[in-house]
Design a protein around this ligand. Structure first.
Ligand SMILES: [Zn+2]
Length: 442
């Protein structure tokens, strides 16, 4: 069916801002962007939807998240008194992921992805861990996030040695099995690794041995200072160099955080064209260090933005990325509009496009119909070149009400409601599952 949404404000993700515009969808793609006054004669058979008072924009990409953390909201881990980043993992996240079972893996992914959709996200790049429910866990994520809800996503299993060789081997097997599955433009896979400090050389050699040539890894790099300290002490080299020795710095590889890497490591990432993803709110919450945004962008490194599982609001994350740069550097010009635009509206679509093999991130005729509509009546002129200012100082710091969301033309949200899901029943089930998950915490 051809659909037509009339009377919209439209931002194409680039420099084009239009008012009184109609967006026409056909076969999962954008078939037309025209003035509403001409839309009926150009697309007379399309089913019309009124988009008055709404801004249409490209669906957003979250380039690093952990859907497995969705049921941690309101949870208390006790005792909790970490003094290092590793102790945050030990006292909180590694307790939570060990308590996940197949049921909680599913509901955690579903509610996390639903909340992402409510924040305008249409593509998620997930890093999954459930050490006591590893086999087929990535299929469970795909079935809930992609098949049931309808988002696009990339998945991987967060391999580590922390729970012994049997779990390590299960993690490798899950990544290998999932990487070998037939993929579509809606789903991609990576080889997940937790971090350099939780994998031995033997484990990395096994990854290097079985990762397909055209696949990348997804790993935390130098999130806390201890990753580099441990790598130098145990392996006599820096983390990025170590990954490169195993041939794992690739254009499809995502290195999350990279807070404590040195200049030579940044040069190496640039040479290999690997991807770096910044997660400002998580970094601030864990008090782990400063991200050298300028140093990555200056080198031409594809530098994207993620939430690291801490919420799903990419526009708020972007706003935080900007003010964090300004505050940390004592420079109000740092974290500029150009730098922020690069993170969320250039790099993130480029990362999704690299992994999924389909063109993500622009509203243009012929492009996949991945877009969202937000309630937005601009109180000041909205025109070419200032859409990002409206998002940052309008929606990010006030409210961002996403009313409608489409992925490849499939409606996910319509008029603020999920199209195919019973949200109330899913949330009731989620509360039950979360309560039993919390009881299982070690
Ligand atoms: Zn992470």
């Amino acid at each position: 069916m051809t659909q037509r949404i009339d009377n919209l404000w439209l931002w194409d993700g680039g420099s084009r801002v239009l008012s009184h515009t109609s967006l026409c969808l056909e076969d999962g793609r954008i078939a037309g962007i025209t003035p509403t006054s001409e839309a009926e004669s150009l697309h007379p058979n399309a089913h019309p939807i009124d988009g008055r008072g709404k801004l249409a924009m490209p669906g957003l990409v979250n380039a690093h998240t952990h859907l497995y953390s969705s049921l941690a909201r309101g949870m208390s881990a006790s005792p909790y008194a970490p003094t290092t980043f590793t102790e945050i993992l030990e006292q909180l996240w590694w307790k939570l992921d060990k308590a996940l079972d197949p049921k909680t893996v599913r509901v955690s992914a579903l509610v996390g992805a639903m909340e992402a959709a409510r924040c305008g996200v249409t593509t998620l790049i997930d890093h999954h861990a459930s050490p006591n429910a590893i086999p087929d866990s990535l299929d469970a994520l795909q079935e809930t996030v992609v098949d049931q809800l309808g988002l696009r996503a990339a998945f991987c299993y967060e391999l580590s040695d922390r729970d012994g060789k049997a779990k390590r081997d299960q993690g490798i097997a899950e990544n290998v099995r999932y990487l070998s599955r037939q993929k579509s433009a809606n789903v991609a896979s990576q080889f997940g690794i937790h971090a350099s400090f939780t994998v031995s050389n033997e484990t990395l050699a096994m990854v290097a041995d079985c990762i397909p040539e055209n696949a990348g890894i997804h790993i935390h790099v130098a999130e806390g200072p201890e990753d580099e300290v441990q790598c130098e002490a145990s392996h006599g080299m820096r983390v990025v160099e170590r990954l490169d020795r195993f041939g794992l710095l690739r254009p499809q590889s995502i290195l999350a955080h990279c807070l404590h890497i040195n200049e030579a490591e940044k040069d190496l990432i640039a040479q290999r064209d690997a991807i770096v993803v910044h997660n400002p709110r998580s970094n601030m919450n864990n008090a782990v260090g400063f991200f050298d945004l300028g140093g990555f962008l200056h080198r031409g490194i594809t530098t994207g933005l993620g939430t690291d599982g801490l919420g799903a609001n990419m526009v708020a994350e972007l706003f935080t990325a900007g003010i964090l740069q300004k505050h940390s550097l004592g420079d109000s010009l740092a974290g500029s509009f150009d730098a922020l635009y690069q993170l969320l509206f250039v790099s993130n679509p480029a990362i999704a496009t690299r992994l999924l093999g389909t063109d993500i991130g622009r509203l243009a005729v012929g492009a996949p119909a991945d877009f969202v509509m937000i309630d937005y009546e601009p109180p000041t002129p909205l025109n070419e070149g200032n859409a990002l200012g409206h998002l940052l100082f309008g929606t990010a710091v006030h409210t961002m009400r996403v009313t409608d969301s489409f992925v490849a033309g499939r409606p996910i949200l319509r008029d603020g409601q999920f199209v195919d899901l019973d949200e109330e029943a899913i949330y009731a089930h989620s509360r039950e599952q979360a309560a039993s998950l919390w009881k299982r915490l070690g």
